[in-house]
Write a protein that binds this ligand. Structure first.
Ligand code: PA5
Length: 457
């Protein structure tokens, strides 16, 4: 099968003045070899996942039940939602939910990853609780947003006099947490989040697989793509390992002050992969301490962009602003659908040049234009090329970027798997919302709040 390809040409000199030299890669060959071998030894959970049948098989077992609903609503946030959204957008028709059932064939999919009441209400307006499955996804079972939405959904199901165990499926830690406890007490079906795989690395676990399967995505092929990529990225030779090569490129540029990584998709269907990547890169690599406990305040800021839309929003900055960005384009060679621009106004040169071309040609020509301009302005850029969008290629992409992130974490000498920086905000929320055990902390937060200097207009 034709997989994804990486084009790294435009991060190098002479394509880019002051670009990387091959020598810089050679100088790091041994370092990369050590990092890749270390990762193989450590075996972070996601690395062997595609070769493990147990999680995918349990999801496949639920296929008939899950697909018997009219709607499947995912309740989760962060790593428990972003992968689902990326898979749905890439592998289903855009606006899948509004397609007639004869075409869609499978349940509508909604992903509630916020607690904005306008958003939640707008989704609740669209579902019939009697024919809805709520997939509550929370590895910890403590996340306030997922739990609040669970309570709302539960209230609705109980309000209709329906049996919760017929309308809920929990995806959570196999042993720990309140969801596990409730499930055991009430006979609610569950799926396991592997304990050794963190939220943002979990899209290929039941976290992302269930809603994918529900909407008819071929999750076996997703795994096949991940497997194929795994074989490539465990190669310690940096010149043959696209994920390690890409990590090294980002690392070397980061050392030169390029502290922003832009992922710009020239495909609406691939756009949410950039959203997924944004969390993976930000939460994994943005760290205060290194592995020795020294304060480093490190990390490269990920930005997502959509071509051609953001050519009219962001590209001015990318071309002429500070030299601080490495741009990754996502290019799609073969679009699923195509539209030909009609030949009208043949006497008006401002319009006639467009006539007769496919829209995909226009979009990919715009990508070429942006790429050319970045090169002319000596801005490093690279491309991930998708021959087409299918589960195999998406599985490859996901796996490559998970591994790339782990390599980058090792190069930066930080722990890419934790997220201590989000804990404080969570604790404040618990305290102010009146969670038991946080009373003292609440007083502290309230005191600080009243003593704070106020500048309001
Ligand atoms: O990557 C992570 O670990 C986080 O983004 C989590 O996925 C997110 O905080 C949700 O956590 P949980 O699944 O425990 O509700």
């Amino acid at each position: 099968m034709n997989g994804i390809k990486f084009d790294f040409s435009n991060v190098f000199y002479p394509n880019i003045e002051k670009g990387l030299t091959e020598e810089e890669i050679y100088n790091n060959e041994e370092k990369i070899k050590d990092v890749v071998n270390k990762l193989i030894d450590e075996n972070p959970g996601f690395l062997s996942l595609p070769f493990t049948r147990v999680y995918i098989d349990r999801v496949l077992d639920l296929k008939n039940w899950v697909q018997s609903f009219e709607s499947v609503v995912v309740l989760g946030i962060g790593g428990s939602a972003l992968g689902n959204q990326a898979l749905q957008t890439a592998l289903n028709p855009l606006h899948y939910n509004v397609l007639p059932i004869e075409i869609r064939k499978n349940p509508k999919i909604f992903i509630l990853d916020n607690v904005d009441p306008d958003f939640i209400a707008s989704v609740l307006d669209q579902i019939d609780p009697k024919t809805t499955l709520f997939n509550v996804i929370s590895k910890s079972g403590t996340t306030a947003e997922a739990m609040a939405n669970y309570l709302i959904a539960r209230g609705i199901i109980e309000g209709y006099g329906l049996k919760p165990k017929n309308h809920f499926l929990f995806t959570t830690d196999p042993q720990k947490g309140i969801l596990r406890k409730i499930a055991e007490e009430e006979g609610i079906r569950t799926l396991d989040v592997p304990p050794h795989i963190g939220g943002r690395f979990s899209v290929l676990t039941p976290v992302g697989l269930l809603s994918a399967l529900a909407s008819g995505i071929d999750i076996i092929d997703l795994y096949n793509g991940a497997k194929e990529m795994q074989k490539k990225v465990i190669n310690p030779n940096v010149w043959e390992n696209p994920a390690a090569f890409n990590a090294l490129i980002h690392y070397l540029y980061y050392q030169k002050g390029f502290n922003i990584s832009v992922m710009m998709s020239y495909s609406n269907k691939l756009f949410l992969l950039a959203d997924w990547y944004r969390q993976l890169w930000a939460e994994s690599l943005g760290k205060k301490f290194n592995l020795k406990g020294e304060t480093v305040n490190i990390g490269q800021t990920p930005i997502k962009a959509l071509g051609a839309t953001d050519q009219h929003s962001q590209v001015q900055l990318y071309n002429e602003g500070p030299y601080d960005k490495v741009v990754t384009f996502l290019q799609l060679e073969k679009f699923e659908r195509n539209i030909k621009i009609p030949k009208l106004y043949e006497n008006l040169p401002e319009l006639s040049y467009l006539g007769g071309h496919e829209l995909s040609t226009l979009l990919n020509t715009e990508l070429e234009g942006t790429e050319y301009a970045l090169i002319e302005n000596n801005r490093p850029n690279l491309k991930v090329i998708f021959p087409e969008i299918n589960p195999f290629n998406i599985g490859q992409f996901i796996f490559a970027y998970e591994f790339q992130t782990a390599v980058m974490g090792n190069l930066l000498e930080i722990n890419p798997y934790d997220q201590p920086g989000v804990e404080l905000g969570k604790k404040v929320t618990y305290a102010l919302m009146g969670r038991k055990g946080f009373e003292e902390f609440r007083t502290e937060v309230e005191n600080k709040r009243t003593n704070k200097k106020q500048v309001m207009m």
